[in-house]
Design a protein around this ligand. Structure first.
Ligand SMILES: [Zn+2]
Length: 255
């Protein structure tokens, strides 16, 4: 199993990193992809991968961190692409829910990162919150860039639009929450070969560990188990398929 999206550089995980990685290993989560949210965090994510063959990272500027970022950050983000540990760009996108940065500024940084992904022929990890129309409109102008909509919690109609564009969908802990039958209907819809699972740790602990304030990669197994149940396949099969999906999407582990 690969936890395809966690934030291991977050202090809550970093301060107990050896234990976090050991618990992941014991749970069968052999590999993890840690995600950077701004240049400083991107550099930290790359440093974290040093000497750890089972880690890779995705570097970019998260929409909710764009208020402290600018287009002047792009040259360094380009330089970071050369590092062996980097497998994709992100997370990037638009967040109209939190409103930490104005929409035009978010969009400029999103477009600049999409252009970088097109240049490096790299996939992107998309964060989109209450902004699906504008997110897809930007992405349409970069037709060659493959993308995963991470931490998907949107509607069936939104999922259909994402799939119609050929993009991927990734599920987190909320898929295990009792009241989220609508989200489980989305799981039913997404073809198993275009689906991934992730924790988004330290956020969004899955049931039955929802009371854990700090989510961690080991707990991705609960999300995977719920997705397997909804799909009507054994967990081992879902593990095998989603691992192969992540390898294919991120180009990690293919020989
Ligand atoms: Zn994230």
């Amino acid at each position: 199993m690969i936890d395809t999206h966690c934030h291991l550089t977050d202090a809550r995980l970093l301060e107990q990193l050896d234990d976090v990685l050991e618990r992941a290993r014991l749970a069968g989560v052999e590999r993890m992809i840690t995600i950077g949210t701004d240049l400083e965090d991107d550099r930290a994510a790359i440093a974290l991968c040093r000497g750890r063959e089972n880690l890779r990272c995705v570097v970019g500027i998260h929409p909710n961190y764009t208020q402290t970022a600018s287009l002047a950050d792009l040259p360094e983000l380009r330089d970071l692409q050369a590092d062996w540990a980097v497998v994709a760009l992100g997370e990037m996108g638009l967040d109209y829910f939190h409103k930490f940065a104005d929409r035009d500024h978010q969009r400029r940084l999103f477009e600049a990162q999409m252009a970088l992904a097109a240049e490096f022929k790299r996939p992107v990890v998309i964060h989109s919150r209450e902004a699906i129309d504008d997110t897809l409109a930007v992405m349409k102008t970069f037709p060659g860039v493959n993308a995963v909509f991470h931490c998907f919690t949107g509607s069936l109609a939104e999922a259909q639009r994402i799939l119609a564009e050929g993009y991927w969908i990734s599920f987190t802990g909320p898929v295990t929450y009792k009241k989220n039958d609508d989200l489980r209907d989305v799981v039913k819809l997404v073809p198993i070969d275009r689906l991934m699972v992730e924790t988004d740790a330290p956020y969004l602990s899955p049931e039955p560990k929802r009371s854990h304030k700090t989510n961690e990669p080991a707990l991705v197994m609960y999300t995977a188990a719920k997705v397997a149940e909804v799909k009507g396949v054994p967990l081992a099969e879902l593990d095998r398929v989603t691992t192969a999906n992540a390898e294919r999407f991120f180009g990690w582990g293919q020989s």
